[in-house]
Design a protein around this ligand. Structure first.
Ligand SMILES: NC(=O)c1ccc[n+]([C@@H]2O[C@H](COP(=O)([O-])OP(=O)(O)OC[C@H]3O[C@@H](n4cnc5c(N)ncnc54)[C@H](O)[C@@H]3O)[C@@H](O)[C@H]2O)c1
Length: 419
């Protein structure tokens, strides 16, 4: 078996951590038991491009239980947990091509190794593999059963492909399932982003001004949790509806130019490019700390900052100081501008990934069940599947809820009764 990982000797530690995460993933565990019996993915060749974390390992085990032959590659050069990669290879015989800190060249080489295996299904996170397939493997793209997409940025790219008329297969928008983005993007990114900032810097957040750039699902989570740690949270937005929502949630909303002058911390979660730009750095306070938790490392204009500064000085792991050439101040960048929750911490806790990856496993099964029947566009899993995942999660949490009575069902479907 071929693989490219940091050190196979890390497998024992990785296995312990994978099994620890599995305890918080009961829904995926139930799916794994069913897959074991029914083998819905028998004979399917899969490429999964994901953050190689303990939770992803449990997804890979589930796909394997279903009969799939998978290759795993990293969806970000800094997000791989090397012990997890080692355990997947040593304990589950799953080929992994991912090393924490790999260069962009290595990252792209791994994408090509994965695509050379001619997969039937691609599980993607950010749509890099799908985009490479469309550009460089057009003949094979025609034969793909379908793809699934984990994150908001990947869905934006898939919708752009659909609009441009270049989609050659159906894609399941896993991110858009309610049991994914309501929980993973909000509570997962909320907790793990703060975890990443704290692990990297060990700086107190209480009483500091923390600017959240973008008040979407991730931004809401980061803002909520930063407030819980005592930070004065400031939100910047470009969407007036989201900005009003942030105001009514009790946050201060400012333009980026005004926020730049007062922020002690900045967290970008927009999925957009250069939302912190050259002119914003000029306005920042000395020692301002800047990081990103959006998918790609282009939210902060690091090239502009590098041009304005002396070569960056490493202060701690994942902490670099950029001192301005004019001597006026320095700005601190965390995790090279890559997702800080995966670079400096461990990504989302297993309990939210349980539902995200239940959606991934069931979307993969759905693609196989509906092979050749789906249009070449972006699809949502049926809402009943979303509800089933939430129902299983509640059951695992030991929480019972009420059911509609026949009287209620009749009333909700009628129009005659009023005042
Ligand atoms: N770190 C993680 O583990 C993790 C998890 C889930 C999603 N993501 C990524 O995080 C990013 C955000 O995802 P989301 O689900 O919150 O998306 P979203 O669409 O719900 O929210 C993005 C928000 O950013 C705002 N925005 C866009 N440009 C802006 C600008 N220049 N200034 C201020 N606000 C701006 C938009 O108006 C929107 O409200 C995406 O790249 C997504 O892929 C990361």
């Amino acid at each position: 078996m071929q693989y490219d990982i940091k050190d196979i000797n890390l497998a024992e530690q990785g296995k312990q951590r994978i099994e620890w995460a599995a305890r918080e993933m009961p829904v995926l565990g139930l799916i794994r038991e069913r897959f074991e019996q029914e083998k819905p993915l028998d004979g399917i060749k899969l490429v999964a491009c994901a953050h190689i974390t303990t939770e992803t390992a449990n997804l890979a085990r589930t796909l394997q239980a279903g009969g799939a032959e998978s290759i795993l590659i990293a969806s970000n050069p800094l997000s791989t947990q090397d012990d997890v990669a080692a355990s997947l290879v040593a304990d589950w015989n799953i080929p992994v091509f991912a090393i924490k800190g790999e260069s962009t060249e290595t990252y792209l080489r791994h994408v090509h190794i994965a695509l050379d295996s001619k997969p039937d299904i691609i599980i993607d996170d950010g749509s890099d593999v799908v985009a490479t397939m469309l550009k460089e493997y057009p003949d094979h793209a025609e034969k793909i059963i379908g793809t699934t997409e984990e994150t908001t940025t990947g869905i934006v790219r898939l919708e752009a492909m659909e609009k441009a008329g270049v989609m050659k297969f159906p894609s399941m928008a896993v991110n858009d399932a309610q049991t994914k983005h309501f929980f993973d993007n909000r509570y997962g990114t909320g907790q793990s982003t703060l975890d990443g900032i704290i692990r990297a810097t060990n700086v107190l957040l209480a009483g500091k001004n923390l600017v959240v750039v973008g008040y979407g699902w991730c931004g809401k989570g980061v803002a909520m949790r930063a407030r819980g740690l005592g930070a004065n949270v400031i939100v910047t937005e470009v969407d007036p509806i989201k900005a009003v929502e942030a105001v009514m949630d009790g946050f201060r909303v400012l333009s980026m130019n005004d926020a730049a002058k007062v922020g002690d911390f900045f967290v970008t979660v927009t999925g957009n490019r250069h939302v912190i730009d050259r002119d914003h750095f000029k306005l920042m306070k000395n020692g301002a700390i800047v990081c990103n938790s959006g998918h790609f490392d282009l939210e902060i204009n690091l090239e502009a900052l590098a041009e304005m500064s002396e070569p960056a000085a490493k202060r701690r792991p994942f902490v670099e100081e950029y001192s301005f050439k004019d001597g006026s101040k320095s700005v601190i960048v965390l995790g090279e501008g890559r997702l800080i929750n995966l670079a400096a911490a461990e990504g989302h806790p297993a309990s939210v990934m349980d539902m995200s990856f239940a959606n991934q496993a069931l979307s993969t099964e759905y693609l196989v069940q509906n092979r050749g029947k789906l249009e070449n566009k972006v699809h949502l899993l049926p809402v009943e599947v979303d509800q089933e995942i939430a129902g299983l999660k509640l059951e695992a949490l030991g929480i019972a809820i009420d059911e509609l009575t026949p009287e209620m069902i009749e009333y909700m479907g009628s129009w005659e009764t009023g005042t």
